[in-house]
Design a binder for this molecule. Structure first.
Ligand SMILES: C[S@@+](CC[C@H](N)C(=O)[O-])C[C@H]1O[C@@H](n2cnc3c(N)ncnc32)[C@H](O)[C@@H]1O
Length: 211
């Protein structure tokens, strides 16, 4: 990639301005050591959330609520987001961010727990978008099966940091997290029930629409 191409893609990351509530959630993420989705990834999530005909989203890895807020701000007023995280402190910060943004409590179902336990309890075919942003190989291993079960036809799976902080393309990187990310990408690429791509935004975003 040329230097000017890299500069262009960096520029696109900040093309859309974020709301004060999202910026506050980013500040809180930095304080708590949480890696929030990049501004470009947040914008992509907002566009997807706004474009879907349905009203129900799953967000795996609430963090301080940056991704959740970007989607809730873009969805119709009756759109509902279910968000899962193992860290109470992260979810507390996310709740504060959603309140500051004026998001009604009944639009955000914040579930505390391990996604590996919680995802299997969510309703079959009940969701339009499943966003996954957790650095946990156990979750990567079940994401495809769970997303295919949770999504309605036409729904979309979105995996942030799909390239594991740029390690996936480097064959010398063989840690558990990178291997799990590669396996998920391979499984999605091999699955004819999905139309898929990886978008070079943020840390690489995997998009897969269920046919
Ligand atoms: C990268 S951060 C998510 C950032 C968030 N998407 C945002 O934009 O603000 C990952 C989050 O996943 C949570 N997490 C890690 N493993 C998890 C698991 N097995 N189940 C649920 N949450 C998990 C962490 O506590 C952390 O808050």
């Amino acid at each position: 990639m040329t230097a000017s191409k890299a500069a262009s893609w960096t520029w696109t990351e900040s093309w859309v301005e974020e709301s004060p509530a999202v910026l506050d959630a980013r500040t809180r993420a930095a304080e708590l050591g949480v890696v929030a989705v990049s501004p470009g990834t947040g914008s992509l999530l907002a566009v997807l959330a706004a474009s879907l005909p349905g009203r129900a989203v799953v967000d795996v890895g609430t963090g301080t609520g940056v991704a959740a807020l970007r989607m809730l701000e873009a969805m119709p007023e009756n759109g509902v987001l279910t968000s899962i995280d193992v860290e109470v402190e992260h979810q507390g910060a996310a709740r504060t961010a959603l309140q500051a943004a004026g998001i009604r409590g009944n639009r955000a179902r914040i579930i505390h727990g391990d996604a590996a336990d919680v995802l299997p309890r969510l309703a079959d075919g009940g969701y339009d978008l499943v966003h996954v942003d957790v650095d946990d190989p156990r979750v990567s291993a079940l994401v495809l099966t769970e997303a295919l079960r949770l999504l309605r036809a036409g729904g979309v799976l979105v995996v942030s940091d799909a390239l594991a902080q740029d390690r996936v393309p480097d064959p010398a990187q063989r840690d558990q997290r990178t291997t799990a990310a590669r396996e998920l990408l391979r499984a999605v690429a091999d699955d004819d029930r999905l139309v898929r791509t990886v978008v070079p935004v943020g840390d690489g975003v995997l998009l897969a629409v269920k046919r």
